[in-house]
Design a protein around this ligand. Structure first.
Ligand SMILES: *Cc1c(COP(=O)(O)O)cnc(C)c1O
Length: 403
């Protein structure tokens, strides 16, 4: 029987026994690998041409034993044949798209996709005559309408950020498969604890390992997971484009992954409790969280996700300045971008986009929206802190304000 995922987060991908009986995976802090002789190089080149799966290492841009452990673990957790690790989530996404798409191809992308993914599509691949259609975040109808004979791939995030929309990716996968279109899901927000897109028929899963997988705000990383045949070209492109992580970051990722299940289970519980509590807050106009009844994708979220995550978006009643006051009054979370770490982080998402309000409006993210990303702190503390901060809005600061 295959062990449960919480067991695999701790052990998957690590060979036993390890050098000197060490319990941890050694960091091969190494850029190049020496050969015994010229004839060993000759036999290496032959094995490489024959795609021998047990190939030894040659040079750091093409592989590293510490990176390979992280790749095997992530592949195992996502139930994929293999995974490739990258220097960042953006490196994973851009390398995958560059390797899969040709001039003249068409790509379908969710409109509230991660901002730099959107920028890559608009500012970069468009220059190589790869067209894209942006569709509403959770609309299969819009996807079907957007499909053209030259459509090569569909890229979605589930849940999306910051509105936490959840697409029926199993249905997306079957629509795409019928037409020979590749599906890529950026599953950064879900993590393999809450969602396994490959089991639902998706072709490739992408992660920013910087977020939940690493989990400690101390590394940048990315991953692409899927069938070996699909990963082969992406691996070749990685060797050319060079977006490999450092062995030390791979080690930090292996270490971070060991607590992934624990962390995400806590963050799921805290996220849901915060979202439910916010519904009762007079200073909050809207709560975006897939676990709530009344969320537009409630049914799909319950069907596909085994947890709803630690990210809750809320729209504060009032003005942009009111939302800023709430953020500035928080005492536990850091103020800043990103999510998925052990430390809670909150930010007024729109303010990061541009100093220009018209430019911000194009992204459809209201200035009053706060993205609250719960860490692993005690949920009672986080809720008390957040409700106290919300009480600042409207000037009636609540009893604790006088303390
Ligand atoms: C952060 C993020 C990325 C980019 O990842 P980096 O590791 O920062 O390069 C891509 N997609 C989503 C959904 C993200 O949250």
């Amino acid at each position: 029987m295959k062990p449960h995922i919480a067991t695999r987060t701790v052990h998957a991908g690590e060979a036993r026994p390890r050098p000197s009986g060490a319990v941890t995976t050694p960091i091969a802090q190494c850029s190049t690998y020496a050969f015994e002789s010229t004839s060993e190089i000759q036999s290496f080149v032959e094995k490489k041409a024959a795609r021998d799966p047990d190939l030894r290492y040659e040079y750091g841009r093409y592989g590293n034993p510490t990176i390979a452990v992280a790749e095997r673990r992530i592949a195992d957790l996502e139930q994929g044949e293999a995974a490739l690790l990258f220097a960042s989530g953006m490196s994973a996404l851009t390398t995958a798209l560059l390797s899969l798409l040709d001039a003249g191809d068409h790509l379908i992308v969710a409109s509230s996709t991660y901002r730099q993914t959107r920028n890559f599509v608009i500012d970069h691949i468009a220059r190589w005559r790869i067209d894209a259609t942006f569709v509403a975040d959770a609309s299969l109808d819009e996807v079907e309408t957007a499909i053209e004979p030259r459509t090569r791939a569909i890229l979605f995030e589930t849940p999306t950020n910051p509105f936490m929309r959840v697409l029926a990716i199993d249905r997306l996968a079957s629509i795409a498969k019928e037409r020979g279109i590749l599906t890529l899901i950026d599953s950064t927000l879900a993590t393999p604890i809450n969602l396994r897109p490959l089991d639902l028929g998706v072709d490739l899963v992408i992660h920013s390992a910087t977020k939940y997988l690493g989990g400690h705000n101390d590394l940048l990383g990315g991953a692409v997971v899927g069938r070996r045949t699909l990963l082969r070209d992406i691996e070749k492109a990685r060797g050319v484009l060079g977006g490999v992580p450092s062995p030390f970051d791979a080690y930090l990722l292996i270490r971070g992954l060991k607590t992934l299940a624990l962390r995400v289970e806590r963050q799921n519980r805290t996220g849901l409790r915060i979202a439910e509590r916010l519904l009762a807050e007079p200073a909050v106009e809207v709560v975006h969280y897939p676990g709530l009844a009344g969320h537009p994708d409630d049914e799909t979220a319950r069907r596909l996700l085994s947890g709803f995550g630690g990210v809750v978006s809320l729209e504060v009643r009032g003005t942009s300045a009111d939302a800023s006051r709430v953020i500035d009054a928080l005492r536990i979370p850091h103020i800043g971008p990103t999510f998925g770490g052990v430390e809670s982080i909150a930010q007024q998402q729109a303010l990061f986009i541009s100093p220009d309000e018209a430019e911000r409006r194009r992204y459809g993210i209201p200035d009053t929206l706060i993205r609250y990303a719960a860490g692993i702190e005690d949920p009672d503390d986080l809720i008390a802190d957040l409700t106290r901060a919300l009480a600042q809005v409207g000037g009636d600061g609540g009893p604790e304000d006088s303390q």
